[in-house]
Each structure stands twice: as structure tokens, then as C-alpha cells.
Design a binder for this molecule. Sequence first.
Ligand code: KIV
Length: 272
Amino acid sequence: MAYLQTDVTKVTTRVLQNMKLHGEKIAMITAYDYSMASLIESTKIDVVLVGDSAANVMQGHRTTLPITLDEMIVYATSVVRAIKRALVVVDMPFGTYQGNSMQALASAIRIMKETGADAIKMEGGEEILESVQRILSAGIPIMGHLGLTPQSINKFGTYAVRATEQEEADRVKKDAQILQEAGCFSVVLEKIPAKLAAEITGDLKIPTIGIGAGMHTDGQVLVLQDMLGITQQFKPRYLRTYGTFGEDIANAIRHYVGDVKCGNFPSEKEQY
Ligand code: KIV
């Protein structure tokens, strides 16, 4: 059918499933705006997450709790305009799905309809199962998120590694099974011991994506500003930075300010 054809081979949930089957690692990164997403589009990234980490890196909040559904939709719409190949996943923000599955479905439908994204992500296990099932029943793909779930930071009271005790490790394992059985296509494992993440990855048929969960997950995700070295004073052990763009950007702007102040910009060639 012509209306389904595009020039690029789109990454779908089925592609990710096959990647797990063939042992091919999945690369996922966050994005929140068109300019950065356009750069990401030129790479071989598999999944772009419009994370609610936008609350931190785009809006300067201490936690991810304040970001709204309307705000997430603005970020996601900008990203979707740039991404052709990768699967685009959008975080359901805090307060839009916990405890009310009808509200959860309405929030998920708004994201899918208004942004053109491919899937949504939700934090939690058994406690959000009813919402997960209702959203899946509408044909909306869901990526789960277990371990350190930042929307519950006020319950945890710390961003320290989760599930180091057997009881919580068993809970995370059980929740991963529950999400898989419900029909989620993938699950993010955040900041849990590598051994536990390896066991869950081995147990599940769906791909796991790790952040601070060691080397044995089926894929990895990092927050764009963190891995580019733009975020200041955030240096968890799991974070590898691939540049010093924070410094580079500040230096470029200092240079520009200096040029303007001393009349060095614009030059004759840069005027009409
Ligand atoms: O919001 C986010 O960026 C995330 C990733 C850290 C997985 O949930």
C-alpha cells in the first residue's frame, strides 16, 4: 500500500525484538528538540526517547515530577518532525497514568495523536498494570521502566542504586515478567546491579534497555545532555561522556561576546 511506504527503513518494535533474537545491541538516546533530533537522525541510533528528563535538562527542575503532558507533547512533536528512521518513544509524565486507567489511556492517546510518536514509556510494575493493559488494548506500544524510577523519587528519598536487597530484586524481576506478559515490547532497567539486570535480560523474551544496569542488557540509553558533557555536576559512575560540549558551547559564546564588545563582529564581509 503506497501510503505505508517511505524512503527509510523504520525501526519498529518488531525490529527491536529481532535485534534481541540476533544478539544485536540496541542504542537509545534522549532528545527534546528539533535541532538535536536532526543531528541524531543522521546517526544509526535505534530508539529516540523523549524522556521526562526534559524536566531536568530542559526546564531546570530538581525532579521529573513537574513536567506536564502538554509540555511533553511540545517536545515530542519537535523531535518527531526530525526523526525518520528511529523508533520514537515518549515518556508519560508523572500524574497522567498512576491510579486511573481511563486517564492513562486518554493521556497515551493524546501523545500518539498529537505527536506522531511510535510508542510511550511508563514507570512502574504491578501497581500500574491496569493502565498498561488498557493502553495496550488500544494498540499503543509500551516500553516499561523498572529499578530506579525517578517519578517515585520522593518515595525512595535517594537516587542510589535500587534492588541491592533480595526482596526488591525479586520484586523487579516479577514486575519485568508482569510487563512482558501484559504485552510491553521492551523494558528500561535503571540503576540496578549488573548481575540482576543480566538475569532479567536472560529471563525475558522482550529487549531490556539499561541505564546504570551494566553491560548485559540488550541495549543502552543515556540522556543526551549528560553524554555530551553539557550537564554540569552530574557524574554518576555509569555515565560515559562523549565530548565536552558544555565547555565548548560556553567558550564559543564567550568568544562571540568578546567579538561583539570589541567591535570585531560583524566585519565588513558580514554586512550588507
Ligand atoms: O526520562 C528519561 O530520560 C528516562 C531515561 C533516563 C531512561 O527515563
